[in-house]
Design a protein around this ligand. Sequence first.
Ligand SMILES: [Zn+2]
Length: 371
Amino acid sequence: MKKILIVIFICINFSLLFASEYSISYVNSSRKDHLLVVKLDNKNYFNIYDLERVFDGKVNVDTNLQRIILTIFEKKCIFFFYSKWVKFGNRNYNLHDKIKIENKNFYIPEYFIQLCNEMFFSEFITLENKNIVLNLSTMKKFLIRKIVLDPGHGGKDPGAVGRTLKLKEKDVVLKIAKEVEKLLKKNLNVEVLLTRETDKFVSLRGRTDFANNHQADLFISIHCNAAYSRKANGSEVYYLSPAKSDEARAVEALENDVIKFEEPDAIKRYTDLDFILYDMRQSEHLRESIELANMTQKLLVNNLGTKNKGVKFANFYVLRGAFMPAILLEIAFLSNKFEEKKLNSKSFQKKAAKAVYESIKQFKEKYDKMN
Ligand SMILES: [Zn+2]
């Protein structure tokens, strides 16, 4: 009997030793925690309420839509009942195993922590073996302190060229960007950087690398439009998303065309797998990008008296690499002789700059208030 008891005791101890859990520590804090791994049907899971606790997150269960929203690091991860997909930003990621529901508890596949570490919250989570280090303290509040203005094209790439005055897009947008810079520096307490200050060529990747390296809070790419039809006119603002309408696709082709000026393997690089990650990083800022796009579009049309072509989305390579809210403006059409004439005038350029400045100001005021 004694022997049996000892054996049982050893077994229990062994099972405890090998009961799986992650140890959690927090940067700049003495707080410690652990995240239990629950075995269900021989698969590893976390109880969603444990995730909520260790991440200082929030769980919302929506039984109508059969989904669970876990908000951590101020971002939403949306799980669907009995599904192996998690929606993050506007993409779905495979968790490899289906979510389980037992006794009103929701169990999330262990792979989720891998996604958090590698894809969703890489700046806040480090994972080594079963040790997780969480950096809750660096969860930065979204304040707008540094703005990168990106005058499109430059150097060997003229961008669109007007039909009558032969006005070049690269020259107009540089003038407008410099005006915006002047207004921002004079009136808002922000740092402003331009991807180019002179008539030089900068690759698309070089533009966003510049903004990322400087850890900019906003990225605004300034362009002028062109169309086959001489009648086409008006202003439009874009944010990043796969292009849907034919018109958006046409503008996208126009702006992405700059690749022909880059090294021979540029197209391959821009379609490379790492851009999937870039897309995701940009989609984190989708809501802010759309908001800024709406503000800017409204102000452009009001200040310039141009036709409102609306806020649209397209797949611009120049926006894909930006890890911050990012928009692309098409101020007016160089291919339209009336708008080309306007774009050539100092007063019109100043009005356009004022509109961009005002929208940044509005956007900044809103987000500063929220923090
Ligand atoms: Zn352009």
